[in-house]
Design a binder for this molecule. Structure first.
Ligand code: T1G
Length: 671
């Protein structure tokens, strides 16, 4: 068995080092070895003090999320903490990096704590649908006070070592080696009381505490874990330590088995698996990025790179187009500055990295060129033929197309291995998802480079294959296919949107369409000879959504909150009558079945065709690019909880009435 913990000795001080790559997560074997080493040090008469530290950029990153359960194999994290805190010898945590979750809970069981200035400390369990389960809700308030503990636990705020020192969470920040600094602290660690025995920081105005908690809970949309965390931190003020600990344990056990927490933990690991880059790949250096097309997408993509400190040259076919794009970028930065999100210096630094040009010649020295022009295949082919001529050898040529066949685009170049898709989502400087579209001829190093660039600019990159709409947009079409029919049968836009919001979506499909603009879909449908009778009729009336004050909803006085519009209802009822469709009361359950079952059914098709590598990737795409509620883990994780056989049977029933592809269940269920 690999040594995950080692102990060395310096002048009678035992230095216990945790080394469990990649992040020193507290898996069963690490816990077993750590418990054994601490027990041995406690019992060794030659050991006068104990320093505990980690390796690399992590002290200990918390419980191992891949094996977390209500009944972990012994020794549990709590048992290790109980052992550590009971040691009478001086114990000092030398926090060399991230001390998160159980990692910080272990550090708080030491009598003293010192951290390097780059360390990050937190109890972020709430973002995983959990609460700290090893005494964190009881010890942290005793060290830094209940209000500060509320921000860190309910608000899952992760702090740096300077803030930790100011709060009293650590005793010192060290600029040198954490272990050396910890050994210097050993001498007076003995005099320190256990965190669990301290009461000097607990005094608080409970009404102010409750008021702040209410604000945090509202921001957390009252998720169960946030509420449980609030109650446990409050227990630290009102209950004896042991009772607070027992209550924390009970709440943790309830949450760890909850569907919400399982979903959030699934996504945490799925996002990282999706973003993994083949370690043998030769990632190319990308220090100068060219973006062709200064429209909304091109401007947003430029900002994503500028925000990450990457030099950009933004080009357009015309001076007017370029000026428009620059104006968008400047306006966005002005807004961020006025809201206090960016300082003057930060805005200036970003804009200093931006240069501009007309046509494609200014792109000739770029390491990566991203085409973001109008969705027209002939235009894109012309552009890629030109880019092939002017781009330097080894430059990566990427298209931001949302739908088109990138193999066909690549075929016009003499450098097909260097061509792929980088599909950003609007607003590109905000949305996390990046679909890296691997063409038939794309070189693995090119795909790895695009994935690496995606991570570097703060995106959640997922590799997908070429196919109409790739993964996300293709499945979106399936999800929305029944919307018009549902309205004709009697479910009005406001009812459908309410059903989506009750499912957990931030907004329903019609609210989203009114926000984006009905004219976009209308233009797209006309270009492809498709129809959506109700949306087309509204567009013909110039009802393009919020931007025109009317869409599926009515926006009075410039309000951004739409109201149901009797004119829309009358238009739908009239269309239904002329189509001979009887209107009826449709329940929310049917709305969800006729939209979400086709969504996951299309996900099975995407898997069968190899356009998505696995179901986890689909979950990452939908929670990062389309707002699928993360507490349901993504569409495919959610479908598992519904049951694929139930989904297939329900689709079969709908398909018997209307034999349409999006209602026809996929022949074979996922393995
Ligand atoms: N368990 C298992 N694997 C983990 C992990 C964890 N806690 N944290 C990270 N990984 C994996 C991750 O999947 C990826 O794997 C690799 O490590 C690098 O991660 C007891 C119950 C520490 C700040 O919430 O915030 O403690 O697929 O890409 O950007 O009461 O990882 O790439 O091979 O994120 O350098 C609380 C979660 C748990 C911290 C490092 N702890 N981790 O960021 O690397 S609950 C957390 C992070 C708990 C206690 C309770 C970050 C990081 P691969 P990465 P990074």
């Amino acid at each position: 068995m690999k040594d995950l913990v080692t102990t060395s000795f310096r002048h009678g001080v035992a230095v216990v080092v945790v080394n469990n790559p990649p992040v020193n997560a507290l898996g069963t074997e690490l816990r077993r070895q750590l418990h054994a080493h601490l027990s041995a040090c406690a019992a060794d008469p030659d050991v006068s003090a104990i320093v505990l530290t980690g390796t690399g950029r992590n002290f200990i990153a918390g419980a191992d999320l891949a094996e977390l359960s209500a009944q972990p194999a012994l020794p549990s994290v709590a048992l290790i903490i109980e052992l550590l805190e009971a040691i009478e010898k001086p114990t000092v945590a030398a926090i060399n990096g991230n001390a998160l979750g159980g990692g910080l809970e272990i550090a708080m069981a030491c009598r003293r704590r010192v951290a390097v200035d780059s360390a990050r400390l937190g109890l972020p369990e709430v973002r995983l649908g959990l609460i700290p389960g090893a005494g964190g809700t009881q010890r942290l308030p005793r060290l830094i006070g209940p209000l500060a503990a509320l921000e860190m636990i309910v608000g899952h705020q992760i702090i740096g070592s300077d803030a930790a020192a100011r709060l009293g969470l650590i005793d010192a920040v060290c600029l040198d080696d954490a272990v050396d600094a910890a050994i210097r602290l050993v001498s007076d660690a003995t005099s320190q009381p256990k965190a669990s025995d301290r009461t000097d920081r607990l005094a608080t105005d409970l009404s102010a505490f409750d008021d702040r908690a209410a604000e945090l809970l509202k921001a957390a949309r009252h998720n169960r874990a946030a509420n449980a965390a609030y109650l446990s931190v409050r227990d630290a003020v009102t209950e004896p330590f042991d009772r607070g600990l027992a209550q924390e344990r009970q709440r943790f056990v309830e949450l760890v088995d909850s569907a919400e927490s399982r979903a959030l933990r699934h996504l945490f690991l799925a996002e990282r698996r999706a973003a993994r880059i083949d370690p043998t790949a030769l990632v190319r250096p990308v220090n100068f990025v060219g973006i062709l097309g200064a429209g909304t997408m091109g401007g947003g993509i430029a900002m994503a790179f500028l925000n990450a400190g990457v030099a950009v040259v933004l080009c357009d076919a015309t001076e007017e187009g370029l000026a428009r794009g620059l104006a968008i970028i400047r306006r966005n930065y002005e807004t961020s500055r006025n809201r206090g999100g960016l300082s003057d210096q930060q805005v200036a630094a970003r804009l200093a990295l931006l240069s501009t040009g007309i046509g494609t010649e200014p792109l000739s020295e770029c390491d990566l060129i991203i085409e973001a022009v109008y969705e027209d295949m002939a235009l894109k082919k012309r552009i890629f033929a030109e880019l092939d001529r002017i781009a330097k050898p080894g430059a990566i040529l990427a298209t931001n197309t949302s739908w088109l066949d990138i193999n066909e685009i690549a075929a016009v170049t003499q450098r097909q291995p260097d061509v792929l898709g980088m599909h950003f989502f609007s607003p590109a400087n905000v949305m996390k998802l990046l679909e890296v579209v691997r063409c038939a001829a794309s070189d693995s190093d090119v795909v790895a480079t695009a994935m690496s660039v995606g991570k570097r600019i703060g995106k959640t990159p997922v590799t997908v294959g070429v196919g109409y709409g790739f993964v996300g947009n293709r499945m979106l079409q399936a999800r929305n296919a029944e919307l018009e029919q549902l309205m004709l049968e009697g479910a009005m836009p406001e009812q459908i949107d309410a059903a989506f919001r009750d499912f957990g979506w931030p907004m329903g499909p019609f609210q989203m369409t009114d926000l984006a603009g009905l004219d976009i879909g209308w233009r797209n449908r006309k270009a492809h000879g498709k129809v959506a009778p109700i949306a087309d009729a509204l567009s013909e009336l110039g009802r393009f959504g919020q931007k025109t004050g009317k869409g599926f909803y009515l926006y009075e006085g410039g309000s951004r909150t739409g109201k149901p519009d009797p004119e829309v209802t009358a238009l739908i009822v009239d269309m239904a009558s002329r189509a001979g469709t009887a209107q009826r009361q449709i329940e929310a359950e049917e709305i969800i079945e006729r939209t979400h079952y086709p969504l996951v059914n299309e996900g099975l098709r995407v898997l069968e065709e190899g356009i998505a590598r696995n179901a986890d990737d689909i979950d990452v795409i939908w929670t990062n690019g389309y707002g699928f509620p993360a507490i349901k883990g993504g569409p495919m994780h959610w479908a598992e909880s519904v049951g694929w056989s139930r989904i297939a049977a329900t689709l079969q029933a709908y398909s018997a009435v209307r034999p349409l592809i999006h209602l026809t269940p996929v022949r074979k269920l996922p393995v």
